[in-house]
Design a protein around this ligand. Structure first.
Ligand code: CP
Ligand code: NVA
Length: 298
């Protein structure tokens, strides 16, 4: 049985096959009659807010012939203390797959271990694999192979999104530069696990120089709200703006996983100048996740 729990555990072959299929799913969105989820119900079990991930999975499951079942963790017994492994064993007897957004990575892994159904990580504190597969897909759609390119991540370099980028760098052979204050850089343990061509620096200008892709994410991830004042203070300045864009390659892309906070991790002018790319990136969540679902059930 296949799961998608992290980029770390995905093989290069799996990544390539998902990205190739996403291209077909996108091209054939209106014409394809393939329904690999026909007769299936997939649960979306979410403990955190979501716009893109929820909508793209709900629409994608329907387009693949299945039915989504959205479950807010607080509205089921899980929110009152029922164990994850018991929830998993119940859902595993009733639905055909599960898509989980939560805090601890260990919880998604525990669910997958007990449910007996394919399980997808729709964001944990550690990784956001569906997002990064989509980001790579979007880059390649616009600029060709990402192998050998330079991706510069600016902002909270230790949260789920840059961590998934780290594992993708190793799998796909591109350079990743993380521009972040010392306390928001990934741990040495994580860097050695990722094994790719990855550097961390506090020097924003050096990180942006010659980049093919400038990428950022919120300074305050879900679950870190209590740290917001401190984060805004320490991360202040770690922003993608016109000065950063000037240092990157002339055809560099600017991407953001969204939601965006203008004036914080990106300025208004740079966001709007790159809105086409950023909203293509958001749309591509649908196509890439259809490819993930198809890959997981086949
Ligand atoms: N980028 C992303 O995962 O967006 P949502 O939190 O809206 O799902
Ligand atoms: N790092 C962000 C990603 C949001 C899609 C968070 O976890 O809130």
């Amino acid at each position: 049985m296949k799961h998608l729990l992290s980029v770390e555990k995905l093989t290069r072959d799996a990544v390539e096959s998902i990205l190739a299929a996403a291209k077909s799913w996108k091209a054939e969105r209106r014409t394809s009659s393939r329904r690999p989820l026909a007769g299936q119900v997939w649960a979306l079990l979410f403990s955190k807010s979501s716009t893109r991930t929820r909508v793209s999975f709900e629409v994608g499951i329907r387009e693949l012939g299945g039915q989504p079942l959205f479950l807010s963790a607080n509205e089921i017994q899980l929110g009152r203390g029922e164990l994850i492994k018991d929830t998993a064993r119940v859902l595993g007897r009733m639905v055909h797959g599960a898509i989980i957004r939560t805090f601890a990575q260990a919880d998604v892994e525990e669910f997958a271990a007990h449910a007996g159904i394919p399980t997808i990580n729709a964001l944990t504190d550690d990784e956001h694999p569906c997002q990064i597969l989509t980001d790579v897909f979007t880059y390649q759609e616009k600029r060709g192979p990402i192998q050998g390119k330079v991706v510069t991540f600016v902002g909270d370099g230790a949260c789920n999104v840059p961590v998934s980028w780290m594992f993708a760098a190793a799998a796909l052979g591109f350079e990743l530069r993380i521009a972040a204050p010392k306390e928001f850089q990934p741990s040495p343990e994580l860097l050695s696990r990722a094994r790719g061509k990855i550097s961390c620096t506090e020097d924003l200008r050096a990180a942006a120089k010659g980049a093919d892709l400038l990428y950022t994410d919120v300074w305050v991830s879900m679950g870190k709200e209590a740290e917001a004042p401190e984060r805004v203070k320490v991360l202040g300045g770690y922003q993608i703006n016109q000065a950063m864009v000037k240092l990157a390659k002339p055809d560099a892309l600017v991407m953001h996983c969204l939601p965006a906070y203008r004036g914080k991790e990106i300025d208004e002018a740079t966001f709007e100048a790159n809105a086409q790319t950023i909203f293509d990136q958001a749309e591509n969540r649908l196509h890439v996740q259809k490819a993930i679902l198809d890959w997981i059930v086949c």
